[in-house]
Design a protein. Sequence first.
Length: 123
Amino acid sequence: MPRPRQPGLTENEFEVMQILWTQSPLKISDILDFLQRTPKPAYTSLLTLVQAMEKKGYIRHKKIGKAFLYLPVLQQEKFLISEVKRIAKRLFGGSPGKLVLNLVENEQLSEAEIETLKQLLKD
């Protein structure tokens, strides 16, 4: 029985997407070089992950000579917005206000962040 699909990106997929959002297009070996974790996955394991991500529509490839170069399809900004909405829905009854209040109350904000929030509230 297949594992149920989780919403959003897995941790491994997210790590690859972060690299592709800033460095694409990249070959599998280039993605492997940019990965920060140790030990690094095997080339074939990363290839399998990237191919699965392509089937899900998160990335695509273009062929240059014999090389496959991978690029993001999923836009970073759209992903971030959907993730925040998903977290707000799951943890705060769909209220983005409660999510923001929780972050403000429980995290140390810089002066610049506080000023940005004040300006957003004014507007």
